[in-house]
Design a protein around this ligand. Structure first.
Ligand SMILES: [Zn+2]
Length: 238
């Protein structure tokens, strides 16, 4: 299968479903990672162009851990809105990857870019095979299946599916650690609450918590999009 993970920002994918993507890759599936925005507000010292370039390179390096291709739609971080061009860009992205399965944000999350990414992915799934909707990449005859990964810190999210990532937790953490630019920026920008925060310990703890819930050491939790034409009577996640 072709697996496409779509996040709003560089680092959303690795922190939420990096272990699952590593597992798909180990099983021989083709994996793509993509972000709607380029993360161009993520620095208090560099220009928007400079930090966007760094963050895209970090995402590319993270993807390289599992042999995945990274694609950026280059929208402005926190200023991403829906219009015809955005819808077509997402359709073209999915068609380019010929995705069978898409992993993306939960419809409810703390961040507007996350929620809009989830909404557009869900909206366009049924448009992928429609030839009269023209994009650079051609239509293909499939409605991708969508799984939602959990929102930041898992708040309000009860998984219905779990993936055992005990054998890929180290790869997930290595992918997360490629996003070096964000640690100092988060600590600096949100001094009040995050000055000494160890983000990597948080990611590991959430994976451990989901592991406890399903009886393994480390896991990632998901919910399947439960809409018409994308429900199948079989397990899609690894
Ligand atoms: Zn994000």
């Amino acid at each position: 299968m072709n697996i496409l993970a779509i996040g709003a920002h560089p680092d959303d994918i690795e922190t939420s479903c990096g272990g699952t993507l590593a597992k798909y890759a180990k099983m021989g599936h083709k994996v793509f990672t993509a972000t709607a925005t380029n993360g161009n507000i993520g620095s208090s010292t560099l220009s928007m162009e400079e930090i966007a370039a760094i963050r895209k390179e970090e995402a590319r390096r993270a993807a390289a851990h599992i042999g995945a291709e990274y694609i950026c739609l280059d929208y402005d971080d926190e200023m991403f809105f829906e219009d015809k061009a955005a819808r077509l860009a997402f359709i073209d992205l999915v068609r380019y990857c010929k995705a069978d399965v898409i992993l993306t944000h939960n419809p409810e999350d703390y961040n507007p870019d996350h929620e809009l990414t989830s909404k557009i992915v869900n909206d366009i799934a049924v448009m992928i095979p429609i030839e009269k909707i023209h994009t650079k990449s051609p239509a293909y005859d499939k409605i991708p299946i969508i799984a939602y990964f959990e929102p930041v810190n898992g708040l309000g999210f009860v998984p219905t599916e779990y993936v055992d990532i005990t054998d890929t937790i180290d790869i997930k953490m290595a992918m997360c650690r490629e996003h070096k630019s964000q640690v100092s920026w988060m600590q600096d920008n949100y001094k009040d609450t995050m000055a000494d925060k160890d983000f990597f310990d948080d990611y590991r703890t959430i994976a451990r918590y989901r592991g406890i819930q399903c009886g393994v050491e480390f896991a990632e939790g998901f919910r399947m999009a439960n809409d018409a034409y994308r429900v199948v009577p079989r397990r899609i996640l690894p």
